[in-house]
Design a protein around this ligand. Structure first.
Ligand code: SF4
Ligand code: SF4
Length: 427
């Protein structure tokens, strides 16, 4: 088995929710839908204040270039298009809809035997983006003009605490596999490999049993960040993506299992992307589980529904390794919200960063082969050319360096900031 070098073994913390079946989450009375729930340009509002909308109605149209449509998850009235806080702490435009409780809905016409171009068009129309957290519009990703011979499907779910992908594979195995076949048709790949970490044996066995011709299930060693794009491609195919290149340069397209499931819903059922499954977990939540959550749901409502509040030690959107600390429960969920964690004191490490002792553990852990300690030093010295020379541009933000540092240094943040500066200044 091809296994990437380095990485770490954080405690999984999946036992609270991996056996909990998916349930419906809260029914929010109001939603705030971000116009930008994806990589690329924000969508352009297609509705005005005062307009009535139905569940499944298009409310914002994709902008030119890389962007994605946005659909309403409730029936109600558009109250306003307003700046609202996001998980990063910045304000962005959201469409604020007040539900009327009727749940009147519209949907797209289901497609019975679509050609590849029709699948692509439907995935774009339905506003599907990478639901593993990346948020890249899926139709753009799949439009590779026949240059990929393998579709790699990410079922690794290597982030601690998160179990929504595992539950999707267990409860919607046939739908996921049909979604995989649709994505193969859309990108023209004749075969697919679904990579799943070995700590999910039931999902591996079920998908392997039902996969059928052209689809292989690959058990992967449990090691973080097994689900990162380059590491996953290597684990599933043994291929290496060239430095600075894209997966398609190695003949591969990657989608997440939740994305494949969303493609199935859009094509076969005519359901656009307006809700998703999220894991809510952590020691400070009373009803941990995996929930269907409508896009635009305020985190406060999700917290109340699951028996949690702001009094816990830390709230994290996403997983603990790559997620973001949440400073306000006014923030709303979106297409890429994979998890919400309410952590107690015992689950958080709070310590003062001390001086680097030159132990080299961050270098040993970095799965991209970078020099996080040197990048951090260069970043503080504002020597961005040196930061680039030490590899900052290739950082995938996995957090392994910060995780292993005995001095408690915020290496991943420094490397990401250096990367951002290098990109902005075109160094
Ligand atoms: S430098 Fe980037 S890629 Fe390397 S361990 Fe740190 S966060 Fe991960
Ligand atoms: S792990 Fe921390 S202490 Fe060790 S070399 Fe890296 S930055 Fe320095």
């Amino acid at each position: 088995m091809a296994i990437f070098r380095k990485g770490v073994h954080p405690r999984a913390h999946k036992e609270r929710t991996s056996g909990v079946p998916i349930a419906r989450g809260p029914e929010p009375a109001e939603v705030w839908l971000p116009l930008k729930q994806h990589i690329g340009a924000p969508a352009v509002p297609a509705v005005q204040a005062g307009e009535r909308v139905l569940r499944g109605q298009l409310v914002a149209r994709k902008a030119e270039g890389v962007s994605a449509n946005v659909y309403s998850p409730v029936a109600g009235t558009v109250k306003e298009i307003v700046g609202h806080i996001t998980a990063s702490g910045k304000k962005q435009d959201h469409i604020h809809i007040v539900g009327d409780g009727t749940d009147e809905s519209v949907s797209l016409p289901p497609l019975t035997d679509p050609a590849g171009e029709q699948v692509l068009a439907r995935i774009e129309e339905a506003g599907i983006v990478g639901m593993g957290g990346a948020g890249f519009p899926t139709a753009v990703k799949l439009s590779v003009g026949g240059r990929a011979d393998v579709l790699v499907v990410n079922g690794a779910e290597c982030e601690p605490y998160l179990t929504c992908d595992e539950r999707i594979m267990l409860e919607y195995a046939d739908e996921v596999l049909e979604g995989v076949r649709l994505c193969m048709r859309a990108c023209g790949a004749p075969r697919a490999v679904i990579g799943i970490e070995k700590n999910k044996p039931a999902a591996i066995a079920l998908l392997a049993q039902r996969a059928g011709e052209g689809v292989e299930v690959k058990p992967l060693r449990t090691r973080y960040p097994q689900g990162a794009e380059k590491q996953l491609i290597y684990g599933c195919t043994g291929r290496t993506v060239p430095e600075g290149g894209l997966p398609v340069d190695a003949g591969v397209v990657v989608v997440n299992v939740h994305t494949a499931f969303a493609a199935y819903r859009a094509v076969r059922e005519g359901t656009p992307c307006y809700e998703r499954i999220m894991t809510v977990s952590g020691g400070a939540v009373q009803k941990p589980g995996n929930y269907w959550v409508k896009n635009g749901t305020p985190l406060r409502e999700l917290a109340a529904f699951c028996g949690a509040d702001e009094s816990c030690a830390r709230i994290v959107s996403g997983g603990p390794m790559m997620g973001e600390a949440v400073f306000s429960l006014k923030v709303c969920t979106g297409k890429t919200s994979s998890g919400l964690l309410f952590l107690d004191e015992g689950e958080c490490v709070s310590r003062e960063a001390t001086v680097c002792i030159g132990c080299g553990r961050c270098v040993q852990a970095c799965p991209m082969g970078l020099l996080p300690n040197f990048i951090e030093a260069a970043f503080f010295a504002k020597d961005y050319a040196e930061a680039k020379r030490c590899g900052a541009a290739s950082c995938i933000g996995c957090g392994c360096c910060s995780y292993v540092c005995p001095a408690g240094r915020f290496l991943a943040q420094s490397v990401r900031l250096a990367q951002k500066t290098i990109r902005e200044r075109k160094i």
